[in-house]
Design a protein around this ligand. Structure first.
Ligand SMILES: NC(=O)c1ccc[n+]([C@@H]2O[C@H](COP(=O)([O-])OP(=O)(O)OC[C@H]3O[C@@H](n4cnc5c(N)ncnc54)[C@H](OP(=O)(O)O)[C@@H]3O)[C@@H](O)[C@H]2O)c1
Length: 232
């Protein structure tokens, strides 16, 4: 039976590139809010004789993580990997941080991936599986304006370390991939970023595939993906 991977944030950027990369061997379950994007990507994958399913959902809504995992298993019959990729990058100086800023970042970058993992663990434990959390090089950098975003990714990495230890006995590997600047929609259109100096989303996807496909005797615990030309 084909292995199944659940990818959040699959409607654009790194998540969409990952879905395309993995679909040659895996049944990919695509999760995001923009149905039109998911339908188009799934059609592209299915047209090539490969398998994609979609779940339209806001993963921050109460009950959504459990519903998404249950639906993925209902659609595909099993779950072998969860890639917590959906994330938001909102900027504010520390003097201007309000509750809305904190909640928007924390609910998507921290709470949702943790609850998705909780829901996925019983299914992943059946065959041995993987949880991969997408972090950021922001964790070991100092980017002004990014205090809450950086704290959210540091929190996700801290959770990952404990989960990795606790889940070994169930043959579930927990990996972290930390991209540097990557050319996606997270960088707003119309502003003057040098996109040629960013990693292509497909390169970050290739790194995630490498973590996922690591032979069972070892694991890649944390992988940094940096643009070849150096940091922006
Ligand atoms: N690009 C970079 O330079 C960079 C660097 C370091 C780390 N990262 C991390 O890489 C990950 C992917 O980002 P990206 O660069 O590929 O950005 P992106 O193209 O903006 O993708 C973000 C994805 O998250 C989804 N999403 C946002 N809110 C959601 C919600 N409430 N429920 C469900 N899905 C939601 C979006 O889909 P919908 O809008 O359709 O819901 C979209 O598919 C993020 O965790 C980000 O922090 C990116």
């Amino acid at each position: 039976m084909t292995k199944t991977v659940l990818i959040t944030g699959a409607s654009s950027g790194i998540g969409a590139a990952l879905a395309l990369a993995l679909s040659s061997d895996w049944h990919v379950v695509l999760v995001a809010r923009r149905t039109d994007r998911l339908v188009a990507l799934a059609a592209q994958i299915n047209a090539g004789g490969r398998q994609a399913s979609i779940i339209t959902a806001d993963i921050t809504k109460t009950g959504a993580p459990l519903h998404i995992v249950d639906e993925a298993v209902r659609l595909t019959g099993r779950l072998d990997a969860l890639v917590n990729n959906a994330g938001v990058f909102n900027v504010a100086p520390v003097s201007a941080i309000d509750q809305a800023h904190v909640v928007a970042i924390w609910s998507l970058n921290v709470t949702a991936p943790i609850l998705l993992a909780s829901a996925a663990i019983p299914h992943l434990a059946k065959h041995g599986g993987s949880i991969i959390n997408i972090s950021s090089v922001a964790v070991e950098s100092t980017f002004s304006g990014c205090a809450v975003y950086t704290a959210s990714k540091a929190a996700l990495e801290a959770w990952s370390r404990i989960a990795r230890e606790e889940l070994r006995a169930q043959r579930i590997r927990v990996g972290v991939v930390a991209p540097g600047a990557t050319d996606t929609e997270v960088w707003p259109a119309g502003q003057t970023f040098d996109r040629t100096r960013m990693s292509p989303a497909a390169d970050v996807a290739a790194a995630i595939v490498a973590v996922l496909m690591m032979p069972a005797g070892s694991s890649i615990d944390r992988l940094v993906v940096a643009p070849a030309g150096g940091a922006l």
